[in-house]
Design a protein around this ligand. Structure first.
Ligand code: PGA
Length: 254
């Protein structure tokens, strides 16, 4: 049985001064749901406040990106060593917004994910097709390429520190959610591809999240699917009650 994992992706929302209240609100609203991993991935500047607020709660702090080099002349970047030192546990890698606006490629995703995992952190590696790719019948081709290139070189042992997030780009922030069947089909493809990369046993243990307009009203039907092990949540993670509603659905899922 894979433990469900619900992670918030705060993106460029929530100021440092607002962070403690949101984390504490989430912790309070979810304290009975001990069978779900709960993560808040915050802007880098919020991390110290998030780590402090998570202490003594079941909420775990995360980051939204990390660089692959240990240190050096990389203005604006943050190393995995810095994140470890700050107390972060999870790092989102390769979100579609980073691919779309910040020139992230499968190659840089691979470098970042590898660095995160080697640092002992858990990488949440995002994959997903655009609407044009779906309409062109290229879902499988795109997902398999993102997986094979993005996870190149990772071992079965590394997979213990890996979560995959399937986020169809057309469902992110649009209010348009993949149907449970559409999502399950891709999740099954992701697990099969992962099996080819790290072995079937390791792939069976990896949690695969769905992301893209997940909210309390649609979480249960998505989380009921065989290969959907959690969610990566944008908009609905910015309020304690909506985020807690999704965590409640995960706690109740079989
Ligand atoms: P959304 O974002 O829940 O607002 O669609 C999900 C994500 O981008 O991770």
């Amino acid at each position: 049985m894979r433990k469900k994992i619900i992670a918030g992706n705060w993106k460029m929302n929530i100021k440092p001064s607002e962070t403690a209240a949101l984390v504490k609100g989430i912790a309070e609203a979810t304290k009975d749901f001990t069978n779900v991993d709960i993560v808040c991935c915050t802007p880098a500047i919020d991390i110290p406040a998030a780590v402090a607020a998570c202490a003594g709660t079941a909420v775990q702090p995360g980051a939204e990106n990390a660089h692959w080099e240990a240190s050096g002349a990389y203005t604006g970047e943050i190393s995995t060593g810095m994140l470890v030192d700050a107390g972060v546990k999870y790092v989102i890698i390769g979100h579609s917004e980073r691919r779309q606006y910040f020139a992230e490629t499968d190659e840089t995703v691979n470098k970042r994910a590898t660095a995160v995992i080697k640092a002992g952190l858990t990488a949440i590696v995002c994959v997903g097709e655009t609407l044009a790719e779906r309409d062109a019948g290229k879902v499988e081709e795109v997902i398999v390429r993102q997986m094979k290139e993005g996870l190149k070189g990772l071992s079965a042992a590394d997979a213990a520190n890996l979560v995959i997030a399937y986020e169809p780009v057309w469902a992110i922030g649009t209010g348009r959610t993949a149907t449970p069947e559409q999502a399950q089909e891709v999740h099954a493809l992701i697990r099969k591809t992962l099996g080819e990369l790290v072995g079937v046993d390791a792939a069976e243990a990896v949690r695969i999240q769905y992301g893209g307009s997940m909210k309390p009203g649609n979480a249960a039907e998505l989380l009921a699917q065989k290969d959907i092990d959690g969610g990566l949540i944008g908009g609905a993670a910015l309020k304690a009650d909506s985020f807690a509603g999704i965590i409640a659905a995960a706690a109740a899922a079989k």
